[in-house]
Design a protein around this ligand. Sequence first.
Ligand code: FO1
Length: 331
Amino acid sequence: MSERRRKSSPEARRGKVVALCGGVGGAKLALGLDRVLPAGDLLLVCNTGDDFEHLGLHVSPDLDTVMYTLAGLANPETGWGRRDESWAFMRALEALGGESWFRLGDGDLATHVERTRRLGAGESLTAITAHFARRLGLASALLPMSDAPVRTMVETSEGTLPFQHYFVRLRCGPAVRRIRFDGAESAPPNPALLSALAAADLALVVICPSNPYLSIDPILALPGLRAALADCAAPVVAVSPLIAGKAVKGPAAKIMAELGIPQTQAAIARHYDGLIDGLVLDEADAAEARNLPIPVAVTRTLMQSLDDRVALARRVLEFGIRLDARKGGAR
Ligand code: FO1
């Protein structure tokens, strides 16, 4: 391991922040970070393991959830898809007997049609995402974790399911035995991510409170990414997706139980062991915080309002930037 460079004092550090995120939960903190950081200082890197081909369209749910959220276009009830949506396409599709279990609103459909057209014309997911982000007025940069296909496959009591079939069609019902990221072993991490991690002006890496097993692990599975995180000179801080043993939204706690993992903050810290220099968790877990082997910030991590998102982002930044990047303890 290269000798770790000591961090300069936080006051001297102003710089870039890289945030790894998945869908709805991660997008909430991404919005807070986007609102707090100067334009251009935040690089959001999204999981693409949830992507799938559906109705002949390439759908990238996590990229779209973060993009819509930062653009103020996201459906505030669901967190995914667009607000003020119309559903003429879905109704017409159902009338024709088409697959309607994956709800595609009329405005959202435009995103999938245009992304599919551009991919077919040979553009990269990175370039398409940058174009959409510019058109929608995003101040922060938005990147797919890789331009090569990675597909999360969930091995369950009812067989192996492509992610959206598990998550949406079967509503996370089947018991999870194992989670695979097909294609990850040969999917190069986005070069823009690797150069951001190696850049001298990187101040902090944030792992957003997305599902570690479904949304963050596909990113960490990319060849060379764990090493790039371990070697980066900036601290890495994770925000726990659990509050008092429960996931705020989604199947994280259920999956942990099915995988035989205790739904504790210690299990989250263990999951990211060797990668993170600090963990942010909720006040409800203050007692457990005292026994964790790494630096911890205890704060309100439930994000119900925009103020909550901004407050958590501020807390994560001021805690994270002060951490000494020794990856979880003395070395
Ligand atoms: N989630 C659902 O639970 N039901 C849906 O019908 C659904 C449609 C959908 C369409 C576009 C999109 O970008 C996301 C959509 N999601 C839906 C959410 C998606 O399954 C999850 O957000 C991620 O894949 C996991 O974070």
